[in-house]
Design a protein around this ligand. Structure first.
Ligand code: GRF
Length: 200
């Protein structure tokens, strides 16, 4: 059984959706550890309510390289095969990514490469796009930039606010993140340059 490590910083709804699919057997894996860099993250509570191993490793005041070494140590101790960022609000260092080559996924609430970074839904509204969405991608050391595994498109409606648009995107995030994890674990994907081939 493959082992997932989840990194989060906040609400944890993507993690909860992954945990639901793991529990239902639709993701053939177990959640080996949930790590938050923020003690107040709701995602930590969700993990504990679900009886999953969860720890907080506070990042405040720590240099990225030092912090990422602590993270990598915990993930290796738990024999994690695939690291899933689920609202983890920090960039990962090159050193960390060398420890988990091609084994870190992220979900972002836009159709990348449009609107990377913070407040992607606000950026989409401001720009006036008619379609936005979400993207699951492999993580490299740049922000929201690695090879794309899955995307889903979401319409922007005339009366959308950041909240209504975010909620519509989030439904798709919960769906495609689990699909992408399943495909990556299934070993049927291959990365060719920027392209991820093999289908979900
Ligand atoms: C999601 O919109 C995700 O795409 C972004 O951060 C948000 C996390 O939400 N990376 P949650 O903590 O999973 O509810």
């Amino acid at each position: 059984m493959k082992r997932l490590g989840i990194l989060l910083s906040g609400r944890g709804s993507n993690f909860d959706a992954i945990a639901r699919n793991v529990a239902a057997g639709t993701i053939p894996a177990e959640i080996a550890i949930v790590i938050s860099n923020r003690p107040e993250a709701r995602g930590l509570e969700i993990a504990r309510e679900r009886g999953l191993p969860a720890v907080c490793i506070p990042s405040k005041g720590l240099d990225r390289t030092v912090y990422d070494a602590l993270l990598a140590e915990e993930l290796k101790k738990r024999a994690v095969d695939l690291v899933c960022l689920a609202g983890y609000m920090r960039l990962l260092s090159a050193g960390f990514l060398r420890d988990f080559p091609g084994r870190v996924l992220n979900i972002h609430p836009s159709l990348l490469p449009s609107f990377p970074g913070l407040d992607a839904q606000h950026q989409a509204l401001e720009h006036g796009v008619k379609t936005t969405g979400c993207t699951v991608h492999f993580v490299d050391e740049y922000l929201d930039a690695g090879p794309i595994v899955a995307q889903a498109a979401v319409p922007v409606l005339d009366d959308d606010t950041v909240d209504t648009l975010s909620a519509r995107i989030l439904e798709q995030e919960h769906r495609i993140y689990s699909q992408a994890i399943r495909a990556v674990l299934g070993g049927r994907l291959r990365i060719q340059g920027r392209r991820v081939l093999g289908g979900l």
